[in-house]
Design a binder for this molecule. Structure first.
Ligand SMILES: [Zn+2]
Length: 343
């Protein structure tokens, strides 16, 4: 079969469209072989390509995927050949203290497809049934591949970690990103008042379309000033951070008394400062978050299935054009997800 692989870390030229053996399932096992139709690109792919320590090489990239069950071992009872499925990208042991408490994303052996083991950007992948969910029937394969990782992350950050409440204000950086586009929809669904900032006018318009009551172009606007003008000195209850050092100071400055700053990423840098005096006097919280547990994944999936929130796809590339797709993401900063499709 063909697969997107890296053999060493580096720029986009390291992406290979390789021939590699098709995975085989043991017919007496609980293995499931899925034919991948579509696989989204996440920022994680770019980090992995550039060089996360400890990544096994060569590695098939990709955490998100959607496809069709091609074959099942005899012990599989919840999926059948021909089922349309999406991939749940979290890998966990199922037996540690955190897994037993339903906090799989805290697992001591936490892994993720496309980082700690071969991923989804290929023609076939071998998985277990806990890595699959039925594909939302109203979504195309490309849309279905575009949401699992980013949406579980955004949902867990807002609902489980920052515990957003109806009527609260939420500020979301980056409507054009996978997590940002979902965060705006999720916070809006939970009756929060959402504000957003993006780096182009198109991203500003997208934020409004997704539910933000106000959105600004941070390249043209003093975000601190407009937020203060809009919500007053009270500030913002929950700031949704995934940008890192470039936005950190602004995020802290707009935070209300009792506010929560929740972060899942640091695409512009991870070295930031905290003024402890503000933290304790204003009783604020800085919260880290990564992926989600399985129960949270189900809750998020229910919102997708009910069409309360929907994935935003910017562009689809044939999977073998993965180099062009990475170049597109790194140069232009897309308006939603970029998805790779098998022909
Ligand atoms: Zn575990």
């Amino acid at each position: 079969m063909k697969a997107v692989r890296i053999h060493q870390h580096g720029d986009g030229s390291e992406l290979c469209w390789d021939s590699t053996p098709k995975p085989q399932i043991d017919s007496s096992s609980d293995d499931i072989l899925v034919q991948i139709k579509a696989a989204a690109i996440n920022h994680l792919d770019i980090w992995v390509r550039k060089g996360i320590p400890g990544v096994p090489l060569p590695l098939i990239l990709g955490s998100d995927g959607a496809g069709v069950v091609e074959s099942c071992g005899d012990k599989v009872s919840d999926f059948s050949v021909g089922d349309e499925v999406i991939i749940q990208p979290l890998l966990y042991c199922g037996s540690c203290r955190h897994c037993k408490n339903g906090k799989e994303n805290f697992c001591f052996k936490l892994g993720i497809l496309g980082e700690t083991t071969n991923g989804t950007q290929c023609e076939y992948i071998k998985v277990k049934s806990n890595q699959l969910k039925k594909k939302p029937s109203h979504l195309s394969f490309s849309d279905a591949a575009a949401f699992p990782l980013s949406t579980q992350t955004a949902y867990a950050m807002l609902v489980k970690r920052a515990r957003i409440q109806p009527g609260e204000t939420v500020f979301v950086w980056g409507a054009g990103s996978g997590v940002g586009s979902m965060a705006i929809q999720i916070a809006t669904y939970f009756d929060c008042t959402v504000y957003s900032a993006g780096g182009t006018d198109a991203k500003v318009h997208l934020a409004i379309k997704l539910g933000a009551v106000k959105s600004w172009n941070y390249k043209k606007t003093d975000i601190s000033a407009v937020v203060r003008k809009t919500v007053g000195k009270i500030g913002i209850d929950v700031v949704f951070e995934h940008v890192g050092s470039k936005t950190w100071e602004l995020s802290k400055r707009m935070l209300a008394v009792g506010g929560r700053l929740v972060s899942c990423g640091a695409t512009t840098g991870y070295d930031v400062s905290i003024d402890l005096r503000h933290l304790f006097m204003k009783q604020q919280s800085i919260i880290g978050s990564t992926m989600s547990d399985i129960q949270t994944f189900e809750e998020m999936l229910a919102l997708i299935n009910d069409n309360k929130i929907y994935p935003v796809v910017d562009r689809i590339f044939p999977m073998e054009k993965v180099k062009e797709a990475h170049k597109y993401i790194e140069r232009s900063g897309p308006l939603g997800k970029v998805v790779l499709m098998n022909e």
